[in-house]
Design a protein around this ligand. Structure first.
Ligand SMILES: Nc1ncnc2c1ncn2[C@@H]1O[C@H](COP(=O)(O)OP(=O)(O)OP(=O)(O)O)[C@@H](O)[C@H]1O
Ligand SMILES: [Mg+2]
Length: 112
């Protein structure tokens, strides 16, 4: 089992959600995130204040998935979240040790 953490542009959320639904992935956690990418906080001045133009609010989707589904999910997110411009985001895949569904006590792949 894997956990997919995808940081995407907020403006792409609907498109990504629809693309995931089309491959049967209707479950995820949404987290509001902020951060820096490769361009590391280039500063810009706007109305007398300094802003970091890369410090843009983004959305992180966390998805638990069985191993066999991971590649399809990652490809789907890349395809639907991509604009081609700097700052499109990043996807990380992590190993998951255990999952438990609280209601039933089911574990691991049965709990996805
Ligand atoms: N190495 C990293 N570690 C942790 N978080 C990261 C890393 N790189 C990017 N992020 C997160 O992803 C968000 C989007 O990153 P971004 O798309 O700018 O990545 P990038 O590697 O700079 O790619 P690009 O060159 O397309 O901008 C960042 O705001 C940050 O929250
Ligand atoms: Mg960047």
């Amino acid at each position: 089992m894997k956990k997919i953490e995808a940081i995407i542009r907020s403006s792409k959320f609907e498109e990504v959600r629809n693309a995931l639904a089309a491959i049967g992935v209707n479950f995820f956690t949404i987290i509001d995130v902020k951060g820096y990418g490769l361009q590391k906080g280039q500063k810009m001045m706007y109305r007398g204040s300094i802003y970091d133009k890369n410090f843009i609010a983004r959305i992180q989707l966390d998805i638990l998935a069985e191993n066999a589904k991971v590649d399809e999910i990652v490809k789907t997110i890349v395809h639907s979240a991509r604009t081609g411009d700097i700052g499109d985001g990043k996807i990380t895949v992590l190993d998951v040790a255990h999952i438990t569904r609280i209601r039933t006590g089911e574990t691991d792949e049965s709990a996805i």
